[in-house]
Design a protein around this ligand. Structure first.
Ligand code: URA
Length: 240
């Protein structure tokens, strides 16, 4: 028993030395990187505490994200676009719709989902007893791919940090992923939409319900019933 205690004290001393050495090298690293001290004021600690909380004055706003996006030239889609389609709706929405990318009309107007597919999406939103202004609508890509071709990996890579930041700023309770492309990109999977739809998944800790894209519904009106069933699941989860 005695020898065990002695050993434990020795081990504790060793651990402490290791911790102090680690802290020493970390502080040296910070000093070499230009750090000149820490602000431990109450105000500073309160700011850190507030990070990530909804409506925190320190959280990044959608305007901050939009400003950082600027006149984006991060990928080749910037060459052919007329307007960046950032997103529209309530910056505190509980529900965010994510589509694929702007089409012709969206590119012309700088607004998401304002063409034929958009008019159908508006009807779906209104059938859920919301208005477009009460939800947030955006896309995986903010610039129109030429001839509405599928987005390319480098374009998604350049654009997705901005979608992440939009979602972090809004902090919705639910995301509705519209169509194959949005669902597969958000969920990082190649599982077909028919298998993903109608069930809740997760993106950044937020519940994601994939469903068919409204453009697909325009070509396959028989699938509207499926989408309505998915929307009813969403409404129930939202407490309606
Ligand atoms: N299709 C999309 O995926 N997004 C739009 O904004 C318009 C059409």
């Amino acid at each position: 028993m005695k020898s065990t205690l002695k050993y434990t004290a020795k081990a504790a001393k060793k651990d402490l030395e290791e911790a102090l050495n680690g802290m020493d090298s970390y502080l040296r690293f910070l000093a070499e990187s230009g750090c000149r001290g820490f602000n431990c004021s109450t105000e500073s600690l309160q700011k850190i505490e507030a990070w990530g909380h909804k409506n925190s004055p320190c959280a990044e706003t959608l305007e901050d994200v939009r400003m950082d996006l600027g006149d984006c030239r991060r990928c080749k889609l910037s060459e052919g676009r007329k307007n960046i389609v950032f997103g529209a709706g309530d910056p505190n929405a509980r529900l965010v719709f994510v589509g694929e990318g702007p089409g012709y009309e969206e590119d012309q107007r700088g607004e998401p989902f304002v063409g034929a597919a958009g008019r159908l999406l508006t009807k779906i939103i209104e059938a859920m007893n919301y208005t477009r202004e009460q939800v947030y609508i955006c896309n995986i890509l903010k610039c129109r791919p030429p001839d509405n071709r599928n987005p390319m990996p480098d374009e998604i890579k350049a654009c997705s940090p901005f979608l992440r930041r939009q979602i972090s700023s809004i902090k919705p309770d639910f995301i509705c992923a519209l169509g194959t492309f949005a669902a597969q990109t958000l969920l990082e999977t190649s599982v077909p939409i028919s298998k993903l739809k109608g069930r809740f998944h997760e993106y950044m800790g937020i519940k994601v319900l994939p469903t068919f894209h409204p453009a697909y519904l325009l070509r396959n009106p028989g699938k509207k019933r499926d989408v309505w069933e998915d929307m009813q699941k969403l409404m129930k989860a939202l407490g309606h």
